[in-house]
Design a protein around this ligand. Structure first.
Ligand code: BES
Ligand code: ZN
Ligand code: ZN
Length: 499
């Protein structure tokens, strides 16, 4: 793993293999930003000229390497683009992305220093987090061919306020390491990550960080009446689990329940997905991974709020013991559901977990799930949908997501879409309704399982949870750790509001 530290050294005098600086795009060409001064001087004021000659424009995502001139201790200067030049600074997300590009470009390098134009502690944290996230690589299955991530990242910060800078970088390390852990879980092949092994990983982390972990195995789930989890997991040789992972703070005045969809592989079940739709379905546990990471990070940051994670883990497979389209399941809490399509399994495991979470009377329940293809069609692959039974909560989650650099959009839960799930069935509910607005129908299904008077929100991360295109900013191919920062920021906001 990449080591992260902070230093007040001058950019030119820090011993490193590479020195990263930021350049922007001005109306008349490249604009060197704060942090480039020493390098520019060593180039006799010709940094912009040199970079332009090398083809750089300062555009976002750009990374151009130049051998360091005499006077700069690092061997290499890496100029990363920040986009349009700005007098007011660049803001956390631009810096996070630029640092991510730099860290990714410098894979294989031992030590790099980041001299990006970060002034506030928020911006310093952003550089550190972007660097750590951008350095991510998943090497579990790679032999010789895999490149090592950059060994060490040093964030350069002004001497003034150096204590705050240090705290900011430590925060970034806690958040980034937990996000990278969530990415590892998503990227792990489904023959290695199943409900049982996932639960064991949570138990080990619970021991390490002092979190209370309880695991219900298949026997306990049958006994407890968890028909959703058992129904979805029934076709698999790897039985389901419900994992509770709890962080409590002695001064907490609020408690949050985070519920994660944890389908370790979604084949579709008897309603089998066609080829082309199941190759990436190891990512269907990304909601559970996000919840797990958020709870551990909340603990590492010592937030003054109680956070309980509920991971609904199952493998959706077809077999002679699998749930059939047409079967009726008796869910935890007693509601019956006719399963019309076994590929709409996420809502079934979540329903059980939401009812169980509600029994502990949290102030708010937020579930996170790679729930529907319809949400991907609606919002694309980088934006998650936010639904809620409380408009203010929905808007708050959308706002905090934006503040921490996650793209989201508020979505409605139109009452008329409920009919399709209730009138077409011999049970209380069907697990499918109208095709149009499928993402909202799924949200309405979940809403049925939220106790009266409990605030609840649903994040459908089917789009952004797993990135199939080329890496960009601090986002790698594969698992992204979508929603971790939003959950964490929401927990932090709750702690601050009640303090
Ligand atoms: N896991 C899928 C949703 C999904 C799609 C996640 C694409 C990530 C990327 C989910 O279980 C599913 O199959 N949903 C069905 C529901 C339908 C049968 C009502 C869908 O969206 O097609
Ligand atoms: Zn499915
Ligand atoms: Zn699924």
């Amino acid at each position: 793993m990449t080591a992260l530290s902070v230093s007040t050294s001058a950019a030119a005098s820090l011993r490193a293999d590479a020195l990263v600086v930021g350049v922007a795009k001005g109306p008349k060409g490249i604009v060197p930003t704060a942090g480039t001064e020493a390098v520019n001087e060593a180039f006799e004021g010709k940094l912009a000229e040199v970079l332009t000659t090398l083809g750089a424009t300062g555009a976002e995502g750009e990374a151009v390497k130049v051998p360091a001139p005499a006077g700069v201790k690092a061997a290499l200067v890496l100029a990363v683009g920040l986009g349009e030049a700005s007098e007011e600074g660049y803001g956390p997300e631009t810096l996070r992305r630029a640092a991510g590009v730099a860290a990714r470009t410098l894979a294989g390098v031992k030590k790099a220093a980041l001299a990006l134009p970060a002034e506030s502690t928020d911006e310093i944290e952003a550089v550190a987090l972007g660097g750590l996230l951008g350095s991510y690589s998943f090497g579990t299955y790679k032999g010789e061919g895999g490149k090592e991530p950059v060994g060490e990242l040093v964030v350069l910060a002004p001497r003034k306020g150096s204590k705050d800078s240090k705290a900011a970088v430590e925060r970034a390390a806690a958040i980034g390491e937990e996000m990278n852990r969530a990415r590892d879980l998503v990227n792990t092949a489904p023959n290695d990550l199943n409900p049982k092994s996932f639960a064991a990983i949570v138990q080990a982390a619970g021991k390490e960080h002092g979190l209370k972990v309880e695991v219900l195995d298949e026997k306990a789930l049958v006994k407890g009446g968890f028909g959703g989890l058992m129904g979805v997991g029934g076709g698999s040789a790897n039985p389901p689990r419900l994992v509770k992972v709890a962080y409590t703070h002695p001064k907490a005045k609020a408690s949050l329940a985070f519920v994660g969809k944890g389908i370790t592989y979604d084949s579709g079940g008897i309603s089998l997905k066609p080829a082309g739709h199941n190759e990436t379905m190891k990512c269907d546990m990304a909601g559970a991974a996000a919840v797990f990471a958020a709870v551990v990070a909340a603990k590492r940051l010592g937030l003054a709020v109680n956070v309980t994670g509920w991971l609904a883990l199952a493998e959706n497979m077809p077999s002679g013991s699998a749930t059939r389209p047409g079967d009726v399941l008796r869910m935890y809490g007693g509601k019956t559901v006719e399963v019309l399509n076994t590929d709409a399994e996420g809502r079934l495991v979540l329903a059980d977990a939401i009812v169980r979470a509600g029994e502990e009377n949290p102030d708010v329940i937020v579930d996170v799930a790679t729930l529907t293809g319809a949400m991907v069609l609606a919002l694309g692959t980088r934006t998650f949908g936010v639904m809620s039974n409380n408009d203010e909560l929905r808007d708050t989650l959308h706002t905090v997501a934006g503040e921490v650099g996650e793209q989201s959009w508020p979505m409605p839960l139109p009452a008329e879409l409920r009919k399709g799930m209730t009138e077409s069935t011999i049970a209380d509910l069907a697990n499918m309704g109208e095709r149009m607005g499928g993402g909202l129908v799924a949200g309405l299904f979940l809403k049925e399982f939220v106790a009266e008077g409990t605030d609840w929100a649903h994040l459908d991360i089917a789009g952004p949870a797993f990135h199939e295109g080329a890496p960009f900013g601090y986002t790698p191919k594969g698992g992204t750790a979508s929603a971790v920062r939003t959950l964490l920021a929401y927990a932090e906001r709750t702690a601050a509001a009640k303090a």
